[in-house]
Design a protein around this ligand. Structure first.
Ligand SMILES: Cc1ncc(COP(=O)(O)O)c(C=O)c1O
Length: 448
């Protein structure tokens, strides 16, 4: 199936139209709306099929969770066994399974003492911030321009902000204006947020001197605007500043956790956060998330003083289906015989090497940034160091055309500029080679 065009997406278009009569926007998560807006019907391993019967090699991975691939057979068996076992979401008392999951989880994260489970990454980051505020007795927060830490009021600002919204100029060593990514955040809450440039320690220090900072939350590398890596010493510098000014260092590892390595980016960098948040890869696509960290912070939910105690509660926290799915996933990720991370590295390197050659041969201005199986092709002569750099150097229009041309060649990266791609354990050398052939064809079409 090659060189397909919109007419092959007839049923996708009809479904969006029909859904829009009853769902605002036609779908349940507005950031799933892209052009083309494909309705998928089935997925297995590295492949997805849409409602019109077209087959794709998938690198979107549902916004990154699918580290083992879609519908991993061992995970399906575990989930099916859970469903048939008589387990229920009792809503009272502990379960043996949640204890097993916690021990398995912490065995991957030597820098954390304890863990709590919630349902989504957004809940995990909001909860981590609440703990930081409760423990420090402070309210102000530092976050990164270009970072995403979830959909809650406490963080939903300053992602892919336009230059105009940022006041038309870069602000090294300073904070940016707060630019919400949703309506409805009270001004009083916005006033507690201080977005700074990533990779800029001077900016963090100035803000830490200016306000009573409860916490700094950051993805250790920014993976919601491609893959932007920390400069050498940056994360260590954040650790030093957190200790110097008494704020809590929160690594949001919802994307990097269990993907950058089994121990997340904290293992790669060797920098120990106070609290870190997880979701996505540790359950290979099932809705469970976590916050883990040092005892002093994690025990805030059992503080003897009710005025200092942080509420952690949720009807569906540790739902048995998700616990079963997460245990099955972690067992596979940890299995030395499978060497999951070696395989991911091999596949990702093969893709990167091939892309570099093809992009150079076709004289396309591009640079590639990658950590393990997470990767991004920037349409720029260098890999950016922060959002402003990206905004100024990246050819957003070409990026979109490139993604759409690849979709026409059955390679699915989400058609939104700068979004990161993810390789799964289910991808094969053959998938990568097909992707590279498709890349050649896509570029040929674009250069015509
Ligand atoms: C780094 C990061 N933090 C938090 C979240 C929010 O997670 P969720 O969508 O599960 O609420 C995301 C989602 O993409 C994310 O990438």
């Amino acid at each position: 199936m090659q060189n397909r065009s919109q007419q092959y997406l007839k049923r996708s278009v009809a479904i969006l139209e029909r859904n829009s009569e009853v769902i605002p926007g036609g779908l349940a998560s507005i950031n799933r709306k892209a052009d083309p807006c494909i309705a998928f019907a089935r997925a297995q391993g590295s492949r997805m099929w849409d409602v019109d019967g077209n087959e794709y090699i998938d690198y979107h991975a549902g916004f990154a969770p699918y580290i083992l691939g879609h519908n991993d057979p061992d995970q399906i068996d575990a989930v099916a066994a859970t469903l048939r076992s008589g387990r229920s979401n009792y809503g009272s008392g502990p379960t043996e399974d949640e204890g097993e999951l916690a021990r398995l989880f912490l065995s991957c994260l030597p820098m954390a003492d304890k863990v709590q489970f919630v349902n989504t990454g957004s809940e995990a980051t909001a909860q981590a911030i609440r703990i930081a505020r409760a423990v420090t007795g402070r309210e102000h927060m530092i976050r990164m321009q270009g970072g995403y830490n979830g959909n809650q009021n406490v963080v939903a600002t300053n992602l892919m902000t336009s230059a105009q919204e940022l006041g038309g100029k870069n602000r090294p060593g300073e904070e940016y204006p707060v630019v919400p990514i949703t309506a409805g955040i009270p001004k009083a809450e916005q006033a507690l947020l201080h977005p700074v440039p990533y990779n800029d320690l001077a900016a963090v220090e100035i803000i830490a001197k200016r306000y009573e900072i409860a916490a700094l939350i950051t993805e250790p590398e920014l993976q919601n605007i491609g893959v932007i890596k920390p400069r050498p010493g940056y994360l260590e510098g954040l650790r030093t500043l957190a200790d110097k000014y008494g704020f809590v260092l929160i690594f949001d590892e919802v994307k990097t956790g269990f993907r950058a390595s089994l121990g997340g980016y904290q293992q790669v960098s060797g920098v120990s956060p106070d609290i870190s948040t997880f979701g996505k890869a540790f359950a290979n696509g099932y809705p469970i998330a976590a916050l883990a960290g040092k005892r002093r912070f994690m025990d805030a939910c059992i503080d003897a003083d009710p005025k200092r105690r942080v509420l952690i509660a949720g009807t569906y926290n540790c739902h048995p289906i998700c616990v079963g799915a997460a245990i099955a996933c972690l067992k596979k990720l940890k299995d030395p015989a499978l060497r999951v991370y070696d395989r991911l590295e091999h596949l990702a390197q093969r893709l990167e090497d091939g892309q570099r050659k093809i992009l150079a041969d076709s004289k396309t201005t591009a640079s590639i940034s990658r950590i393990g199986s997470a990767h991004c092709v920037y349409c720029s002569d260098h890999t950016p160091v922060d959002w402003w750099d990206l905004l100024r150097s990246h050819d957003f229009a070409f990026d979109l055309r490139y993604r759409k041309a690849l979709i026409e060649q059955v390679i699915y990266n989400v058609p939104v500029a700068t979004k990161q791609g993810s390789i799964s354990f289910a991808h094969t050398d053959d998938d990568i080679d097909q992707t590279l052939e498709a890349t050649k064809s896509a570029l040929k079409v674009l250069k015509q």
